[in-house]
Design a protein around this ligand. Structure first.
Ligand code: NAD
Ligand code: USQ
Length: 389
């Protein structure tokens, strides 16, 4: 298949492009390097050094003999998006290319508006490009488990059978997201479902849980193929942060009681889920939703697993939760769709965490301690991170 990976320079987009290329697909990546610019804005960097996209692509050709085409541009620029789709003529577009950090979207008005504009407009441009250029293209879109929030009922895969006053309907599952970023994904889901219903687009919305891990079989083949590993309080995700904190001898920063529960997934499963979704496309007119997570853990449980896997001593610090989120809640998620397509999950194991300790140990000299503490507060109007206009 010809697969265009949008956001192909990012944490997940790059290893996904390598996995798809390794499996024999004809792959192109597109990116506007916004993620690298947020690093400059925030004064942080990936724990693991990453090469420029062109060096990565050249290294992959050297190591595997396979070519990945690259496009530099912004999806918000419709001309760029259309020209790229016309040029590459993909069978599948995998769309990772969004601003993805909840804290970044909560810094202030400017960052909230940027996040929603970038994500919602970029996604609309991709949808229109598909509809106008080739409606057969399958859109595989990264959504998030955080679209659902933590409702007091089981979370189904995107749709809910509702009975109301004696009548029944199949409706989009109700959403209760927890940040302007998570909200942008809800808007995307609604726009894509509309595109499927009105134009007959074919789309798969992958509501992914929190990703952990840094290596895949392909990225391990050469240091120039490494993907990024974020540890800071804005872009670092919980398990990855706890691993680095353990190695640095810092307390694990559990927000609030730590009883809030999230779906999680190993990066090696992320790339495989994308392959499975791409190779088994949705039907024309179908808005297919999978919950792309393999296990649920409370934040406190994640801290315990990390602490128990580490050789040295680890302490846990309960910080006042900077976010607004439910601490005590029901959480039961249906996630059978991808397993039915053939996913064999890597469940959280000591071996994986130990290998992550190794990665963190090798690069701990690159950590800026000040970036570790959360600074963006959901409720406060005058967060120190706020930058005004
Ligand atoms: P990332 O920030 O590392 O990668 C996203 C890439 O998209 C970046 O390289 C960025 O430069 C690019 N990009 C952003 N806006 C763009 C635009 N307008 N035009 C072109 N390129 C643009 O993020 P990631 O962690 O790899 O996440 C990828 C996707 O998966 C995101 O959509 C995210 O919401 C979703 N997701 C991530 C996680 C996770 O834990 N990392 C979990 C669930 C869902
Ligand atoms: N948390 C801590 N301590 C920390 C960091 C986080 O207790 O040091 C807690 C948060 O309060 C939250 C949970 O851990 O309850 C998850 O936080 P996170 O920062 O790991 O993840 P989140 O903000 O939800 O966002 C990440 C990705 C995002 C993706 C989402 C999947 O950045 O792109 O959409 O995971 S999900 O959570 O399922 O929506």
């Amino acid at each position: 298949m010809r697969i265009l990976v949008l956001g192909g320079d990012g944490y997940l987009g790059w290893p996904t492009a390598l996995h798809l290329s390794d499996c024999g697909h004809d792959v192109a990546v597109a990116d506007n390097m916004a993620r690298r610019a947020y690093d400059h804005e925030m004064g942080v960097q990936s724990l693991v050094p990453i090469e420029p996209l062109q060096v990565r692509v050249d290294a992959w050709r050297e190591v595997s003999g396979k070519t990945i085409t690259s496009y530099y541009g912004d999806l918000v620029d419709a001309e760029f998006t259309y020209a790229m789709v016309r040029d590459f003529r993909p069978d599948t577009i995998v769309h990772f290319a969004e601003q993805r950090a909840a804290p970044y979207s909560m810094i202030d008005r400017k960052h909230a508006v940027y996040t929603q504009q970038n994500n919602v407009v970029g996604n609309l441009n991709v949808m229109f490009a598909i509809q106008e250029i080739d409606p057969e293209i399958h859109l595989v879109k990264l959504g998030t488990m955080g679209e659902y929030g933590t409702p007091n009922i089981d979370i189904e895969e995107g749709w809910l059978e509702v009975e109301h006053k004696g009548r029944k309907d199949r409706m989009l599952f109700p959403k209760k997201p927890g940040s302007f970023y998570h909200l942008s994904k809800v808007h995307d889901s609604h726009n894509i479902e509309f595109g499927c219903r009105i134009w007959g687009l074919r789309a798969t919305d992958l509501n992914q849980g929190v990703v952990y891990g840094q290596e895949t079989p392909q990225t391990k083949r050469d240091p120039r193929l490494a993907t990024r590993f974020d540890y800071d309080a804005i872009f670092g995700t919980v398990l990855n942060r706890f691993v680095i904190q353990a190695v640095l001898g810092h307390p694990l920063t559990v927000y609030g009681s730590g009883t809030q529960t999230r779906g999680i997934i190993d990066i090696r499963d992320t790339v495989e889920c994308i392959r499975l979704a791409s190779e088994n496309p949705a039907e024309r007119g179908e808005f297919r939703v999978f919950n792309q997570m393999t296990e649920s853990f409370s934040v406190e449980e994640i801290a315990k697993v990390v602490a128990n896997s580490y050789d040295g001593s680890v302490t846990v610090e309960h910080l006042d939760n900077p976010r607004v989120e439910q601490s005590e809640h029901y959480y039961n998620v249906v996630h059978t769709g991808l397993v039915e397509l053939g996913l064999e999950p890597h469940l959280l194991s000591n071996t994986l965490i130990e290998s992550l300790f190794g990665v963190a140990e090798s690069f701990k000299h690159r950590v800026d301690d000040a970036a570790m503490r959360p600074t963006v507060k959901w409720r406060e109007a005058s967060s120190p991170m706020r930058t005004g206009d």
